[in-house]
Each structure stands twice: as C-alpha cells, then as structure tokens.
Design a protein around this ligand. Structure first.
Ligand code: SF4
Length: 431
C-alpha cells in the first residue's frame, strides 16, 4: 500500500522506504543518565526510532537533556515523546523531539477542547518539523466512541479517522497512525479497515504496527509475529514495534526479523509443507529456535486468524506441540492456557514488572481461558487492559490495585501480598 512519506528526524517512514524498526525505553525519563545509557544500547542494537514516556511537563526538560547528550555523542536516532492525559505536555514536547505520540482516547477529556489543543499542537509541529503519531489503543477508546460503535475494530477505525480528518483540516500530513490491540484478531481487523478507508479516501498515512501488551518470552514473540506479519504480508505497515515485557533491547531482533522478511531480505526456513484440507503439516530447517518460532508464526498465523486453516502440525522439533499450542492461542483459535495482557513497562512503571509478570504466570497457569492483565502503572494500566477478567496494576510506593474487569476491587495492597490476594479473589469468584 503506497502511503505518504513522513519525516522523523533523519528517518523517513512510508512511501517506498524500508520498514522502520522502533522501540521504547523502560527507564524513568527523569533519570537522564539511565535513559541515555539505554538509548545508546538500543541505537547500537538497531533501533531506528526510540520512544520515551513523558508523564509531566517537567520531564520535557529531561527529554531535552537526553537528546542533547545523545547528539553530542553522535547518536542521531530520532526520539519520540509518548504522551497521555495532557495535551500541554504534547505541545511542549513537540518543540524538543522529532515526533510526539498522542493517544486520541486521552488527549483531552473534552472533545471540543481536544480539537483546539490539537490545532495548537499541529502549529508547533509545523514550526519545528515534528511528526505526530496518532496512537490509538483498543483498551483506551474512550466512552464517546464506544457508545457509538462498541468496543470493536470499527470503533477503532472510526476514532482514528476523526483525528486524521483533523490533520487534513489543519493541512498537516507529517502523521503516522497506529491502532494497537492485545487481541491479534481485533488488531488485524482494525488496521485492515483503516487501510481500506484511507485508500478509498486517497490520503494514505503511514501505519505503525504493533500488538500491544503482548507479554514476554515465546508467547509475546509469537503473538507479535502473528499480528504484525498478517498485515505486513498484505503490504500494510511502514514501521513496527514488537512490544515485550522484557528489556527493550530484546525487541529489536524480533522486529528486525519481521522488517527483513517483509522487506524481502530473508525467507522462511520452512522446508516442507503438506496441506490436508484445513490442516497444514510443516517442517523447518531453522538456524535457531527463535527463528523457527518466528517463521512458524509468520507462515501460519494469518491463515489461522483468517480461518483458512484450522490445525497446524510441526514435524521434527522437540517442543512442537507447545509451539503449536502457542500459535493457536496467539491466533485466537484455541486457548490452552490463560491469556495474558502485560504492558512492556516504561518510565511510569514503579515496580519489578518483569519478575511480577513471571510470578503471576507461574501461579495462574492452570486458569485456562481466563484473561489476566499485569500492568505497570495506575495512570494508563486500567484503561489499557481492554477485556481482561482480572488485572494486577502497580500503583507505585510498593502498592498494587487489583481489578475485576474494569473495576478496582482491592486498592493499596502491599506488593508482597498482591499475587496471593489476586488468587484468593479469583478462587472466590470461581466457586
Ligand atoms: S501501562 Fe505500562 S507501558 Fe503503559 S504507560 Fe503504564 S507502565 Fe507504561
């Protein structure tokens, strides 16, 4: 799909340009030294854009210092400010970094004020050559849109089209757009709807793809590969982030593999494929286990999502049954374990997210089919959990809130007890 070109510092997204790989720091932006150090590592690992959270106007100054330090070292990777719940922060950050990500669901509470503030943001971006990402998430659509269209891919597309039309009204085209969801089916459908509508309208903004809150380990990689590859294989997508609840450096090789594969630089390591009705039987000769699971996810994820296939079999691999289970779960065709929604963490995270998520997974592994969220912060976490049955949400200061659906059922639980309390509540509700 041919899109407009968007300039983000020295990187161009869209048009005929290769797929751009990006990631996000999980340091506190106010900790300039730690953030610079992580940016160095991410740039060296191949990140072409690096995003940092900006939770307050005061942290715009930290962002400036981070950028100045990196530039003085000759690291020119463009930086992106990630902004939620404050249009004023977005406007301030647009003077400092090359791109600002806003979330339409929380840019401003009042829709009319949002339009005014967005026009101000666009003016600042025009003056400074800053790009914007309209970064909508399934979990934070906002009441106005969900009341009109439900919590659906259509609602996501409609919500984002409003904002793209605001860009066009303001004669501003340096815009990338994303419609992320943790549910691969919702994510793929939303992007497809948006791509179709933009093509019909004749103004096609570049797309940033990602499966949000994908989790970690094999599950996070397979889920990300299924959602992102389904779209890239259709020519949809210009920049990608593989969002893992791990060190962000680990995201880069996975994203680079997807960018290379759909940039036609590498091919699947599959060596044989047999089709028996809606069942596929495949063998691979992959150079590594990670490559095998990514190839397997890309080769069959979309076909499972689109119900062209119902079953897959992997031959000649030690943990074939497990990988098939993970793939079927990622494509939402069969649930053999709980479905986890876990944010990657960012500068808003106030606890050991990776360790806690592993512990939650270990202790809830028996709860097949249940949707359990582990979120890094109370500001964004509850809004982003989408359709989770239960949520573990870090409050900061060693405290946790436990959610049942969208409602908090326990607040200010000490971290040391929080997983026990969560399990007790689940057991009670299951009785
Ligand atoms: S939910 Fe997670 S990734 Fe999102 S803002 Fe909070 S800590 Fe950061």
């Amino acid at each position: 799909m041919k899109t407009l070109e968007v300039k983000v510092g020295n990187v161009t997204i869209g048009g005929d340009n290769p797929i751009v790989v990006q990631t996000m720091c999980n340091t506190h932006t106010s900790d300039v030294e730690a953030s610079v150090s992580q940016c160095r590592r991410l740039a060296a690992a191949g990140a072409q854009l690096i995003r940092l959270t900006v939770p307050s106007v005061a942290q715009v100054e930290s962002l400036r210092q981070i950028k100045e330090t990196l530039r003085a070292e000759g690291i020119d990777t463009p930086l992106v400010a990630d902004v939620h719940f404050s249009s004023d922060i977005a406007i301030a950050a647009a003077e400092v970094v090359e791109k600002v990500r806003i979330n339409p669901g929380n840019f401003h509470k009042d829709h009319e004020k949002a339009r005014e503030q967005f026009a101000r943001l666009v003016e600042v971006c025009k003056l400074n050559g800053t790009a914007i990402r309209i970064g909508l998430n399934h979990g934070s659509l906002g009441d106005r849109i969900t009341n009109l269209y439900g919590n659906t891919p259509l609602a996501m597309k409609e919500a984002v089209m409003e904002w793209l039309n605001m860009c066009i009204e303001n004669d501003f085209y340096n815009v990338v757009v994303s419609l992320k969801a943790s549910n691969t089916f919702v994510m793929v459908e939303a992007y497809r709807l948006l791509a179709k509508e933009m093509e019909e309208s004749g103004v096609v903004f570049p797309l940033h793809l990602g499966v949000t809150e994908a989790g970690n380990g094999d599950g996070g990689r397979i889920k990300s590969a299924v959602g992102i590859s389904a779209l890239l294989s259709e020519g949809i997508g210009n920049t990608i982030r593989v969002s893992l609840t791990e060190d962000p450096e680990n995201e880069i090789p996975v994203a680079q593999y997807l960018a290379d594969r759909y940039g036609h630089k590498i091919h699947s390591s599959m060596v044989s494929l047999t089709l028996e009705g809606k069942k596929a039987i495949a063998t691979y000769d992959a150079p590594s286990r990670e490559r095998l699971l990514l190839d397997f996810s890309c080769d069959f994820g979309k076909r499972l999502l689109d119900k062209e296939l119902d079953e897959v079999e992997l031959i000649g691999c030690e943990d074939a049954d497990y990988l098939v289970d993970e793939l079927l779960q990622a494509a939402r065709r069969r649930f053999y374990r709980p479905e986890y929604i876990a944010c990657p963490g960012c500068g808003r995270t106030m606890y050991n997210l990776e360790g806690t998520f592993e512990e939650v997974k270990r202790r809830t592994a028996h709860l097949k089919g249940m949707v359990i969220a582990v979120m890094g912060c109370i500001v964004n976490g509850p809004g982003e959990m989408a359709d989770a049955d239960w949520g573990y949400v870090g409050e900061g200061n060693g405290k946790v809130s436990i959610y049942k659906g969208k409602s908090p059922v326990l607040r200010h639980v000490p971290e040391t007890e929080a997983i026990d309390r969560l399990l007790e509540l689940i057991e009670k509700a299951e009785d």
